[in-house]
Design a protein around this ligand. Sequence first.
Ligand SMILES: *[C@@H]1O[C@H](CO)[C@@H](O)[C@H](O)[C@H]1NC(C)=O
Length: 544
Amino acid sequence: MGILSSAHGRVLLFVFHLIFNAAAAAAAAGRWDLLQGSIGVSAMHMQLLHNDRVIIFDRTDVGPSNLTLAGGACRHDPNELSMKVDCTAHSAEYDVAANAFRPLTVLTDTWCSSGTVAPDGTLVQTGGYNDGDRNARTFSPCANAAACDWTEHQNVLAVRRWYATNQILPDGRAIIIGGTGQFNYEFYPKTNGADAAEIPLPFLSQTHDPEENNLYPFVHLNIDGNLFIFANNRAILFDYVRNAVVTTYPEMPGGDPRNYPSTGSSVLLPLKPAPTEAEVLVCGGAPTGSWVQASQHGNFLPALATCGRIKINDAAPEWAMETMPMPRVMGDMVLLPSGEVLIINGAGTGAAGWEIGHNPALAPVLYRPDAAPGARFAVQAQGTVPRMYHSTAVLLRDGRVLVGGSNPHERYVFADVEYPTDLSLEAFSPEYLDPAFAALRPQIISPLLLINHGTPFPLRFHVGQLSANGVSVTMASPAFATHSFSMNQRLLILETMNPRAVGDAVYEVIATAPAKAALAPPGYYMVFVVNNGIPSEGVWAQIQ
Ligand SMILES: *[C@@H]1O[C@H](CO)[C@@H](O)[C@H](O)[C@H]1NC(C)=O
């Protein structure tokens, strides 16, 4: 009997292995969860704040949203293009831990705007449309989170900013670059008289094309404090202090446009400990002529499947081209705490704009920057909700990626269209969150509050199976996501010493904060311990 049952057990085990391995081979990595079927507002813009709330907003001129303002309030705006009296919200706050949301009140139009988080953790949104295009709006997380709402700052910008890009600077101000009809930049807040006016940036007019536009330029703060600015198919390294071009990079091979409406995406790749080089990755977009073909002829061309990667501080920088597993326009690129890049959302054909994207790119792709060329991309588990124009994705502190939005229509349209306005929120969990890695997943047990540039700090964590190679500590900024670009997004891999055991499966690692504000501008970051590729949940730290 014993022999029989044990033989039987072995057969069962064998069959189980067959089934399990077949399932593992078939199922792509990562997992999708629906968090909210409808938050009532389409997530055109998203920003995570250090109280683990995500501030979400759309435009105000879409007609009624599906979320009522609190307490029966209504917005009265005689200049509003759509509804002079509007009792619905066009902004919402999503509470990650509670998986709950509440309406927020924006007073003027925030359509296609930009933002940064100030060093004190306040979201500083700039620009928009119509009566809101020269406004800034701030949102400060407060202790009684349910009481916080937007504060409007009327006509504080030098010029109207619609489709501009912001980048936080080492001194904590934001630089606001470009926008429709604006071949210039300005700073906000205005700390002195010299800050008041806009400053010309000829690169933006040089890369402007009325059809292959260059809106929402990709901007990254380089390790030397200069700005890498990519528009259309070209890039410069720009010294905003002297208003001077430091480097003109070669045009990206192929010459196809990558910015709105030929919307690709871009990240500054994770910075190495004490970095001496920095690399930028630009992925996807739409080929030359695609927007005209789509918007004027109903001809939806395949999106670009190529990425360009460049070492921006090389003496003779060159683009290295790579090919994604599938074409993608309007994809979002999210830096993960593991040091990988997630490429998510978007479409396989057409361009950005109303009604002109098709073939939703439902499967995200993971990009491993340190793998050998040709072995860097891995297709992830497919989602079910098309995330087309006006969709967004942001990293959460727990390592998931919050995905929302998609509204390729002028108003909210829920029926009789191929891609209805989507008001849901989903989470994509990268493979590192798989329960199979529980023993490898560190858990930080020392809360971090303040770190200083260049200064070592200890982190205590618990882990079942410490990697023989030690751990790494990474630091991610919470980014402002809109139109497939995450402004201010950066991930730093810190210098660390080997962890030492300080208790039962408890270790302490000493990490050194980035040396200067050009590497990590002041503000809040999520700090992670990564063990064999598996990140802990992050802890918030403020660097100053
Ligand atoms: C939004 O409201 C409209 C009108 O009441 C309704 O038809 C639609 O189902 C709602 N959709 C969502 C996603 O909330």
